[in-house]
Every structure is written in C-alpha cells, then in structure tokens.
Design a protein around this ligand. Sequence first.
Ligand SMILES: Nc1ncnc2c1ncn2[C@@H]1O[C@H](COP(=O)(O)OP(=O)(O)OP(=O)(O)O)[C@@H](O)[C@H]1O
Ligand SMILES: [Mg+2]
Length: 253
Amino acid sequence: MDNENHMNDDGYVYNETYEDDGDYEYYYEDPLISLFDVEKEYDNGSVKALNGVNLDIFEGEFVSIIGPSGSGKSTLLNMIGALDNPSRGEIYIDGINLQKEKDLSEFRQEKIGFVFQLHNLIPNLSVMDNVQIPLLHTGMSSKDMKKRANELIAAVGLESKKRQKPNKLSGGERQRVAIARALVNNPSIILADEPTGSLDSKTGKMILNLLMEMHERYNVTLIIVTHDNDVANLAERTIKIKDGRVIEDKYNY
Ligand SMILES: Nc1ncnc2c1ncn2[C@@H]1O[C@H](COP(=O)(O)OP(=O)(O)OP(=O)(O)O)[C@@H](O)[C@H]1O
Ligand SMILES: [Mg+2]
C-alpha cells in the first residue's frame, strides 16, 4: 500500500492511500500544531508582537520561518513551545489545548526540543550533566541516561569536552551542547531559533545537517527561525512573518 502526503489547492495536507482493490482513498490529516487567531501583546498592549496568527503545521514537516527583526518570529516559537501564553487566541498541539492544560512543563519536556539563541545551559554543570537535564524525572535509570547523553554528545562531536563546563566552550560548541540537550529525549517537535546565527559557516552546516537528520530519520517536526535564505530554502515549507502576521506561506517544491 502506498501512502503519500499531498497538498490540495487550499494548502491543506491530505493522505492518498492506494487500496488493494485499485481505488484511492483520501483522508485529511489533523495538524500537529494549530494556531487560531493568536495575538500576543507586551507592555500592557503597547507592543503587539503577534497580530492574529492562524497556522497549521503537520507532523513530520520541516518548516522555516523568516521575516524582519522584531516581526514576531521568536514570540511565535515561544507560543508554540508553551513558554509563554498568548494574549488572545488558541493553540493546539497534538490535540492538547495549551491554554487549558495545567502542567505545561511535563508537556514541554516530553514533546519539545528547544534550540534557542540564548542557550540556557547551566554554567556550573558539565556538558554531560547539561545534556541529561531533559531526562531527569522521566523514570530512566541513571545508567541509561548517561548512555543516551553519550550518544548525543558523540553525535554533535563533543566527546572530548563532555566533562567541561559551558563557560570553557566556544559559542559553536555551546550551540552543539544545546542541540544535544534538545534531542536527548526524542522530542516530536524541535523548535530552533536561529540555530546557525552565531556560528561560522562550517559549524552552522554541521548543526543544520544534524537537525535535518533528526527530521529525516525520526520524522521529527522541525521548525527553524532563520535570517538566512539558503537555510530557509532547505525547508519543505517557508512561512514569512511581518508585523506579527503571516504574510506568505509556501511550499518549496
Ligand atoms: N518580553 C518582551 N517585552 C516587551 N516587548 C517584547 C518582548 N519580547 C519581544 N518584544 C517585542 O515584540 C516584538 C517581536 O519580538 P520578537 O522577539 O518576536 O521578534 P523576532 O522576529 O524574533 O526578531 P529578531 O529577528 O530580531 O530575533 C518586537 O517589537 C520586540 O521588541
Ligand atoms: Mg528572534
């Protein structure tokens, strides 16, 4: 049986399944992430960072988000990652209404890997311990946590630095630790805010390849905010934000 994702004229993804009796069956897939009229204000409404965003993102998509500085890209990722609440509107992830969910920390830890501009590494913990943070409270044994952390540290090429503290590392190395930490619990969604922004082109490429490999190998839904058009065009779909609104949403094929 062949199963393929397609898009109809409305930009909606549907599955086409070839049945043994020679017929095709179509069914619409529920989005993994849905935003309905999401608005975000800061400073008692004097700053409108998001101005009514409606968006569906499907499981396994690789989406890039572009737009000028201050247009609301990071705010949008913060909303999807349940790091902050919208002022108005609703967000659903995997059927969960984020505004109604009481314990979002568990949701974040299970489902989402964050690769953000500020790496939020804990300065007095080693690389090894930083990478294991998302595994704490999962019930995993400490032996398995170490094994899993070692795999990811090897994947980002930092075996020789695993006992080091973050302040002894370069910016690119810290970024790689952040990626290892983001991936360690097999998240179904990776949110990356300018993951290559502060890196030289070689390290940037390596980081990007690592993220894309996770996407391809494990069908992780990957959302990358970037200023770099080359990076944006690697994605299957590019969403352009301006003044807190989606002004373009196109598939790159
Ligand atoms: N915590 C905050 N308090 C007040 N205003 C904020 C806050 N965070 C963001 N803003 C404002 O909201 C708007 C959107 O910011 P956001 O960080 O989402 O932009 P961005 O598209 O990620 O920009 P950049 O490309 O520079 O990272 C900007 O005008 C910014 O100044
Ligand atoms: Mg930003």
